[in-house]
Every structure is written in structure tokens, then in C-alpha cells.
Design a protein around this ligand. Structure first.
Ligand code: OAD
Length: 249
């Protein structure tokens, strides 16, 4: 893939990198994005109808089953060449922070060392009343859909993800914003730049004078603002960047 002149030069003169990723980063691993049409059982639901505390309160089984199906799908997939390229790129920089909106742990599986999960992790469970973690063996040994919680008489097990209207994990966004205002270059990969506060990170980096690189086959609200907007898939663009960096670093 051809990379625009100036991109590798900007990378060569950078020490601190922030990478923001979204569902498009996992698409080539086989995880559908949020704005892709829902399929099968979930065709008649919008993600934002299912990913809320209200939906869980009113329809706990429907919400639990939706997440159970997504968990099963995620167990079957693995990181792709784009995830591996991000791991490879880490070695060329003093600081390389990965901030993901994804809940699928694919970056960690690929070996990324410094990852902030802004929207939680779908494979983990917590108590709906206390927020306390619930171990997998409790989930496996308690058949309910969802299982009851061991921590509270009215509690149910729920996925440890951030639902619409809920706060992000304590400190995660503060650290991401601090790093965005201190980075030399900020990547925005596979995100529609629609959901706040994550979508504000590349704009914080821009305002702080950083170079912003967007990787997305489709345009977003960030495309016209980014210094480099690569209309390509995550795997294609990141493997090309890692290869060029290896050649010149
Ligand atoms: P979206 O589904 O909104 O956007 C995915 C983006 O990835 C789109 O802009 C696609 O064009 C792009 N894309 C698709 N395939 C790609 C590929 N192979 N390589 C690169 N880009 C590709 O997902 P997010 O922006 O991540 O929040 O959505 C943000 C948040 O909204 C999610 O984290 C979730 C959702 O509701 C919560 O659940 C709190």
C-alpha cells in the first residue's frame, strides 16, 4: 500500500504515540462493527437498545443472551496482521499507548503492552448491584440467563462493559486525555468518531499540536482535520507503516 510522503518522516521524528482504536480494528478478525447491520436473532435490535442499564433491568435475559453470543464469537477469533503491526511498532517509540473502545481483548492477545480499555471487557462479569467482579467459575456453575450475583440478593451477573449512559472506568479517560495532549502523533483507527468521550481524543491531540493519522476505509468527522487520512483497512495500512518503519528506523 502506498503511504503518503511525510507520514514516515513524521513518525521518525516522534517519541510519544497514542493509538485510539474502534470496532473497525477488529473487523478483519471477524468481529462485526457496531454500525454494521445486526444479523440473525439481533436483526431487530439496535446495539444502543441492548447496551443500556434500562434494557438489562427490563429484559435481562435478552441482553445476557446477546452478550453471550458476542462472547462466543470473540472466543473463535484471533488478532490479525494489523494487531501484530501495532505490537511491532511499539519498539520504535519512547511511549506507545493504545486506547481502545473495543471490549474483545484482541490487542492484549496480540501482545500490545500498554492498553487502556475505555469501554471495559466483554469476557469479564460484574455484579449489577455492587459492580464487584464475578469469577468465571461462578458463572459456569450458576445456570441462570443471567446468573444471580454472589455479592447481592437482588444482583445479577452482567458483562463488565460500559453501557450507554454509564461512566467510563475511573481514571481511564483521564489518563487517555493526558496522553493525548502530550503525544507527538495520534492514530485513530477503525472508529466512526461518533461516540464520546473517546471521539474527542484525536481532537485533543490536534489542539495540542500533534500529528493525527486516521485509518478508516470510510470518511468520518475527523477525516478533514487529520494531517493524514488513510482510506484503507487497519491490516493494510498498519502492515505498510510497520514495514516502512522497519526499513528506515
Ligand atoms: P463503529 O461501528 O461506530 O465504527 C466502525 C468504523 O470502522 C467505521 O467508521 C468503519 O468505516 C470502520 N471500519 C470498518 N472496517 C474497517 C477496517 N477493516 N479497518 C479500519 N476501519 C474499518 O464502531 P466504533 O467507532 O468503535 O460503545 O463505536 C464506538 C462505540 O460505539 C463502541 O465502542 C460502542 C458503540 O456503541 C459502547 O458500547 C459504549
Amino acid at each position: 500500500m502506498y503511504l503518503p510522503d511525510g507520514l514516515i518522516t513524521a513518525l521518525k521524528s516522534s517519541r510519544k504515540v497514542l493509538v485510539l482504536t474502534g470496532a473497525g480494528m477488529s473487523a478483519e478478525s471477524g468481529v462485526p462493527t457496531f454500525r454494521d447491520a445486526q444479523s440473525g436473532l439481533w436483526e431487530r435490535y439496535r446495539p444502543e437498545d441492548l447496551a443500556t442499564p434500562e434494557a438489562f433491568r427490563d429484559h435481562p435475559q435478552i441482553v445476557w443472551d446477546w452478550y453471550a453470543e458476542r462472547r462466543d464469537n470473540i472466543r473463535k477469533v484471533s488478532p490479525h496482521a494489523g494487531h501484530a503491526a501495532l505490537v511491532e511498532m511499539e519498539q520504535y517509540f519512547e511511549k506507545f499507548l493504545l486506547v481502545t473502545q473495543n471490549v474483545d481483548s484482541l490487542h492484549q492477545q496480540a501482545g500490545s503492552s500498554d492498553v487502556i480499555e475505555l469501554h471495559g471487557n466483554i469476557m469479564l462479569s460484574i455484579c449489577s448491584e455492587t459492580g464487584k467482579p464475578i469469577e468465571d467459575d461462578w458463572i459456569e456453575s450458576n445456570p441462570g440467563r443471567p446468573p444471580v450475583s454472589p455479592h447481592h440478593p437482588q444482583g445479577l451477573a452482567r458483562p463488565a462493559v460500559v453501557w450507554f449512559g454509564e461512566a467510563l472506568p475511573e481514571g481511564a479517560m483521564n489518563r487517555a486525555m493526558a496522553e493525548a495532549s502530550a503525544c507527538d502523533i495520534c492514530f485513530s483507527i477503525g472508529t466512526s468518531s461518533l461516540v464520546q468521550p473517546a471521539a474527542s481524543l484525536p481532537f485533543i491531540a490536534l489542539d495540542a499540536g500533534a500529528v493525527v493519522v486516521e485509518i478508516n476505509p470510510a470518511p468520518t468527522s475527523l477525516s478533514s482535520k487529520a494531517q493524514f487520512s488513510l482510506q484503507a483497512t487497519a491490516a493494510d495500512a498498519l502492515t505498510a507503516i510497520a514495514a516502512d518503519l522497519a526499513r528506515c528506523k
